[in-house]
Design a binder for this molecule. Structure first.
Ligand code: PLP
Length: 400
């Protein structure tokens, strides 16, 4: 037993400087600054050479025919569902970020939620199969926390139903599927986020990757208000353009990404080793031949085995100045925007359970190893004091 006393029980916090959940890693050098300066001086702040160059570089990096840079993953998903011309129902996980579902709602689609696999945190293809009806317009998967979902099984289901497979690949840029194919090459279309919490960022932005040339053409019109050039809009598009300064940041960051992802994998492995002997803490699982991006390190806390529940662990870590996130709680089907679609037919026991037990812990690409070690030690100390912490919580509740 460690001599440290958890801060939630009155001990000194383990960390003096607060540890954030994540932070963007950027390589700032004179080449980047001179590109920025050239762009600003040129007056071409949007729709310029940087955008085209980033799209070409991304096509090559991912091995896809078309990469369309947009203002965010959310706008990219909205345009994708719009340009696919979908009507009716869309089958998707509830255990995901809200923007996945929002894209469906903005397109007037009816969300049908399928439960997840509690080990991989990703939508379970068997549950997707049960949710398919003649009204299904698309299957919509998501690569939870940057680990690929079972794209082979989902693609098979989509093909059987003759509907597209759309993938919210927001956190997964640079990751690979089992066997080594890049994420971005799966399904009909994959949409990435380049917002600052993601491993590859342009400040704000998104990338739509697809081998469907006709869809790519529509998407390029869609990000330009639906105006193909004749000032006679073909459909109600968006302004979803990525500015030149962001595109330049993306071009500058792309060559560094493999190294950052390797480092994230190393840090995630360190968490896994550091917590291996702590009862009641399990890691998100994935096929060992896949490479996740670890946008988040997702853990599952079993209150019976760990001694306290996820929320209490989060409070105890906050007292130590360590940030965590209860991703994804509440899941989509319990958020206000989605409750009106509940016809009583949703059965989501694993989503319910995981939303109560999942927690993500700090990780960023240049996070020092010793911080991971310290966080693991603190979690172990909290576990060792779990009965006392649980008593304290019960006492506080009784007094409240
Ligand atoms: C980050 C994220 C989004 C949103 O991306 P934006 O670029 O901020 O629109 C959507 N879905 C998932 C799963 C995400 O992690």
């Amino acid at each position: 037993m460690s001599s440290k006393r958890p801060a939630i029980l009155g001990g000194a916090p383990a960390l003096i400087d607060p540890v954030p959940l994540t932070r963007p890693t950027q390589t700032v050098n004179t080449a980047l600054l001179s590109t920025f300066s050239d762009i600003v001086k040129s007056g071409n702040l949007t729709k310029g050479d940087e955008l085209a160059a980033l799209e070409r570089a991304v096509c090559e990096f991912l091995g896809v025919q078309n990469a369309i840079a947009v203002s965010s993953c959310t706008s990219g998903l909205m345009l994708t569902l719009c340009c696919l011309g979908l009507r009716g129902e869309i089958v998707l996980p509830s255990f995901t970020f809200m923007a996945t579902g929002h894209a469906a709602l903005w397109n007037g689609l009816t969300p049908v939620f399928a439960d997840i696999d509690p080990d991989t945190f990703a939508v379970d293809p068997d549950r997707v199969a049960e949710a398919l009806t003649p009204r299904t317009a698309a299957v919509f998967g998501a690569h939870t926390f940057g680990a690929p979902c079972d794209v082979g099984a989902l693609a098979k289901l989509a093909a059987e139903g003759a509907v597209p497979l759309v993938l919210d690949a927001a956190p997964a840029f640079g990751g690979t599927y089992p066997g080594g194919a890049m994420i971005g090459t799966g399904g009909t279309v994959e949409v990435f986020s380049l917002s600052p919490t993601k491993p590859f960022t342009t400040g704000e932005g998104g990338i739509i990757a697809t081998d469907d040339a006709a869809l790519a053409r529509e998407l390029r019109i869609g990000r330009e208000y639906g105006n193909a050039g004749g000032y006679d809009s073909a459909f109600a598009g968006l302004n979803a353009r990525m500015p030149e300064l962001s595109a330049a940041l993306g071009r500058h960051n792309l060559p560094h990404l493999p190294e950052l992802l390797e480092r994230r994998g190393h840090l995630a492995d360190r968490y896994r080793a550091g917590l291996a002997d702590v009862a009641g803490v399990r890691f998100q699982r994935f096929d060992p031949s896949a490479r996740p991006t670890y946008k988040d390190v997702g853990l599952r806390v079993s209150p019976e085995e760990f001694g306290i529940d996820r929320d209490t662990l989060a409070s105890a870590l906050r007292a130590e100045h360590i940030a965590t996130r209860n991703y994804y709680d509440p899941p989509l089907h319990r958020q206000k925007a989605y409750r009106r679609f509940d016809t009583g037919s949703w059965s989501l026991p694993h989503t319910e359970e995981l939303s109560r037990t999942a927690i993500t812990v700090p990780l960023w690409s240049d996070m020092p190893e010793h911080l991971v070690d310290q966080i693991c030690d603190v979690i172990r100390v909290i576990h060792e004091h779990a009965p006392e912490i649980a008593d304290r919580i019960h006492l506080n509740e009784a007094l409240a």
